[in-house]
Design a protein around this ligand. Sequence first.
Ligand SMILES: NC(=O)c1ccc[n+]([C@@H]2O[C@H](COP(=O)([O-])OP(=O)(O)OC[C@H]3O[C@@H](n4cnc5c(N)ncnc54)[C@H](OP(=O)(O)O)[C@@H]3O)[C@@H](O)[C@H]2O)c1
Length: 265
Amino acid sequence: MVVFRERVEEQLVNTRKPTAGNVQAGFAPDQRGYGPAMTSSGVTLAGAAVMIAGATGGIGSAVAGELHRRGARLALVGRDEHRLHQLQAPGQRLALDLRSPEACRKAISEAKNRHGRLDAVVNAVGVVAFGSTSELSVDAMEELFLTNTFLPIMLAKAALPELEHGGAIVNLSGVIAEQNLPGMAAYGASKAALTSFDQAFSREARRAGVTVIDARPPHTETGLAQRPIEGTAPSMRPGLDPNRVATVICDAIAEGATDLPSSAF
Ligand SMILES: NC(=O)c1ccc[n+]([C@@H]2O[C@H](COP(=O)([O-])OP(=O)(O)OC[C@H]3O[C@@H](n4cnc5c(N)ncnc54)[C@H](OP(=O)(O)O)[C@@H]3O)[C@@H](O)[C@H]2O)c1
């Protein structure tokens, strides 16, 4: 059980209660005259600089494709350099394992340096494991919480001070955060913890004019269930098309949505 102690080196974001006075209702286009105009109702995606973590995954690559179609400028982050370069969407490629605060900060700073600004971060990183709690190894439990919970918190911590006023952070938790399931209890708990983080962090981020969207799509056909870090997936009904999930997420960023429950997909 050493991974948590080694990895979680940094304090969480200070919690400061937002007040009516410090929640800015609207804001002007970028004063440097470069980049998209922001409105209080979302990010104008044409010209926006967006970083996608987990861009090599099923949902992340679909989000990348949809954002590219809408005119966003992309920074694409994944572990696998070969798969990163195979992605169709154009943009910066950053091959990084994000399970450390340093890697999260590097991803954010390199993405921001590339375009001189950062308007949104979509975190589609995740791993899954199957098996009853008595069967699942402690190593797998640690990996679930490191990748699905701590990594998004570290990435959000790195991103918040670098995002433009009016920007957005999207975290992919999932429908299981709304209703956990036997045989996936630790995975579901790692996602429910992320949803809980997003709920509170969204109030902290409001001070900086940043919207936090907790996206909880139902089962989606990405092959994730066939790549568990441990165990075997139960038989499942066919899932959603990743392109559908990507469209809903991009609409949410553009429209300034503050939550994406499973019913939104
Ligand atoms: N598919 C579903 O049914 C479903 C439903 C609801 C929510 N979700 C959530 O949505 C997110 C995306 O799922 P998906 O189905 O698209 O999964 P996926 O196809 O397996 O993609 C996972 C992505 O996470 C990246 N990743 C994993 N560990 C990483 C690490 N340590 N550092 C950097 N990148 C890492 C992978 O990069 P590499 O390719 O380089 O390994 C890949 O890009 C996950 O959080 C998942 O839990 C999925």
